[in-house]
Ligand binder design. Structure first.
Ligand SMILES: Cc1ncc(COP(=O)(O)O)c(C=O)c1O
Length: 444
């Protein structure tokens, strides 16, 4: 087995190797074809920011399993907490019974989520379930039907979450009818919200505005400075609930515990998942206590707030608070600087943006238009060199590594991005020369 304590990737041969290839074949036969696999990585083990595949290849992970393992893969303290809790109690259902890790985690979350009012917590198993819970709570609390969300937003795949999302036609195609009375405005554009309130969305019928403080799947988009404060003001004016979807941006990812803190804001409801339990399935909504006023039996979940997941979350929170949130600021600055320096050399880098270790690099073609093919080529070339990246938005490369990343790992990762981009540029030049030669020969 490979040494997962090293900081450099190590590629032993063609990927997938023979063991991974056999698993890919088995997967192809039985798994749903709806998944969106980016490249043929079959993971055997992981530690910190390093991943080992089935054939002993070592990768540097700039994905954290889609912004989830914020304290690093299999952090020993999280593993110890999981082991200890699993030995005591794995399940009893927080819906019908009481157990201590759930109360402890609720107390921690209620204390750290922004806003002066006391809070209450409802636990779920995923981000989409947190969104569903927030939508149900918002409707029930306000007695209003409508909700407003944004173009390019992503809130999940269940019916309420899918109806709030405004991301890709493929995510909706064939699934109608969706949840009615949901409107979409342009992200970052307060006028487009005001226009909806003046035309087709009477504000007195609007229960909640759902917004990602930084759009995630939409392309790691940081909104203009006045946007989120403006939404807060509009919500207060019309007694509409502001729901922050911090499923991807929460738990130190942006250098603050929650991204809304960059604007000094507090939502009425906050949706959490991904980074909460360092990889165990858990989500939550945290709401002002006066908002979470639904009666017993109106919403519940068998598994949500499972004791093992809560124990993992408590251990992971300690680590994020003690060191990894601050590390995200330092390593994020280092990574952004390195990527910005590359923008001078690679004409296809249109933008480098983001906060902390939630960074997007937008790729555009020579015509200035988003170039998803080129973006995917760069990600593939990086993978072949041992660096794991993911796409987001129409043509953005997403950088969301574990927050425990070292300075050396940032350097190594940047070197691999540079090499992948250099290879992509060389490929583009070679293709152009070939076309020119064909034209000169009177071909195309
Ligand atoms: C902002 C945001 N909200 C909600 C979700 C849905 O979370 P899950 O996949 O856990 O259902 C995601 C997932 O990517 C997300 O990024």
């Amino acid at each position: 087995m490979a040494n997962l304590n090293r900081e450099e990737p190590r590629i032993l041969g063609p990927i997938p190797g023979p063991l991974a290839a056999a698993w890919l074949e088995r997967d192809l036969r039985v798994m749903s074809p709806s998944y969106t696999r980016t490249y043929p990585l079959v993971v055997r083990r992981a530690r910190g920011a390093m991943i080992e595949d089935m054939d002993g290849n070592l990768f540097l992970d700039f994905t954290a399993g889609i912004a989830v393992t914020n304290a690093g893969h299999s952090h020993p303290k999280v593993v110890a907490a999981i082991r200890k809790q699993a030995g005591r109690l794995i399940h009893m259902s927080g819906t019908d019974f009481y157990y201590t890790p759930q109360v402890q985690l609720a107390e921690r979350l209620a204390a750290i989520v922004p806003g002066p009012e006391p809070k209450r917590v409802f636990f779920t198993n995923s981000g989409a379930e947190a969104i569903e819970a927030a939508l149900k709570l918002a409707r029930r609390h306000t007695g209003r039907n409508r909700a407003l969300a944004f173009i390019n937003a992503f809130h999940g795949r269940t019916y309420g979450a899918m109806s709030l999302s405004g991301s890709k036609p493929l995510q909706r195609r064939g699934f109608s009818p969706l949840v009615p009375e949901i409107h979409h405005a342009r992200y970052g554009d307060l006028d487009s919200v005001r226009a909806l309130l003046k035309t087709i969305c009477p504000p007195e019928e609007l229960a909640a505005i759902f917004v990602e403080p930084i759009q995630g799947e939409g392309g790691y988009v940081v909104p203009p400075p006045d946007f989120l404060p403006g939404l807060r003001k509009l919500c207060d004016e019309h007694k509409v609930l502001l729901v922050f979807d911090e499923v991807q941006s929460g738990f130190g990812r942006t250098g603050k515990m929650f991204a809304e803190e960059h604007w000094g804001l507090a939502g009425d409801i906050i949706c959490l998942a991904k980074g909460i339990a360092n990889g165990l399935p858990l989500g939550a909504i945290v709401a002002r206590a006066s908002v979470m006023d639904w009666p017993s039996g109106s919403h519940a979940s068998t598994f949500g707030g499972n004791p093992v997941a809560c124990a993992a979350a408590l251990a992971s929170l300690d680590l994020i608070e003690q060191k990894y949130r601050a590390n995200a600021v330092r390593r994020g600055d280092q990574m952004r600087k390195g990527l910005l320096a590359m923008a001078d050399r690679y004409p296809f880098i249109h933008d480098v943006r983001g906060l902390g270790l939630m960074i997007g690099v937008e790729i555009r073609g020579t015509d200035g238009e988003p170039d998803p093919h080129l973006r995917d080529t760069i990600i593939e070339l990086a993978f072949r060199r041992g660096l794991l990246l993911l796409p987001c938005g129409p043509s953005t490369i997403r950088f969301c590594p574990p927050l425990c990343l070292t300075g050396r790992q940032v350097e190594i990762g940047l070197g691999l991005v540079d090499a992948a981009m250099a290879a992509a540029l060389a490929g583009m030049q070679a293709a152009r020369e070939e076309r020119e030669q064909a034209v000169a020969r009177g071909g195309v």
